[in-house]
Design a protein around this ligand. Structure first.
Ligand code: ATP
Ligand code: MN
Length: 158
């Protein structure tokens, strides 16, 4: 049913939760997981030093997508990692078209993670315009935060 699953990642806890879900699905369907990071060119700007900044975002993207692919492969799933540059939702949709993606799995929120919005802006645009189904995954509260252990200990005292 699903052969190629795209997991756009910005290195956030939301993207990480989406990856876990995508790996589960890929295991069931014997699918390939595609990890994609988009360097958000508009957010980088046009000032002096932009080239260095784009390069460091590219490096971060390569690390994040390679880590995601490794996590999938360790779970016995075929995986690829790629980095693109441009407007994140555009690049995500283009990648999906170009690679025969049949499902997109992404976080409800990302690095900004403003929970007062139902969905982050990248996810909202992808959900609105993608030709294929989009599965959104919410990160556990506290996931990726240092305090999560302390919270667990507090609750255990009940
Ligand atoms: P904001 O709208 O302020 O950016 P946010 O960061 O919480 O809020 P999104 O950026 O929409 O929300 O992130 C939601 C999901 O979109 C992430 O979990 C990730 O799957 C994907 N995503 C966001 N930015 C990128 C990016 N640059 N490259 C690839 N995937 C991304
Ligand atoms: Mn974001």
């Amino acid at each position: 049913m699903y052969e190629d699953i795209l997991v756009p990642t910005d290195g956030s806890a939301g993207a990480s939760a989406a990856l876990d879900e995508a790996i589960e699905l890929a295991t069931q369907f014997d699918a390939t997981v595609h990890s994609l990071y988009v360097v958000d060119v508009a957010s980088v700007g046009t000032e002096v030093g932009t080239v260095d900044l784009v390069e460091s975002f590219e490096q971060m993207g390569e690390d994040a997508t390679e880590a995601a692919a490794t996590r999938a492969r360790d779970a016995g799933v075929e995986a690829t990692g790629s980095v693109a540059a441009g407007s994140p939702h555009r690049e995500i949709l283009d990648y999906a078209d170009d690679h025969g993606i049949d499902l997109v799995v992404m976080g409800t929120h990302g690095r900004t993670g403003l929970e007062r919005y139902l969905l982050g802006s990248v996810t909202e645009k992808v959900v609105r315009t993608a030709d294929v189904p989009v599965l959104t995954v919410r990160a556990d509260e506290g996931e990726g935060e240092e305090e999560s252990d302390a919270e667990d200990t507090e609750e255990a005292g009940e």
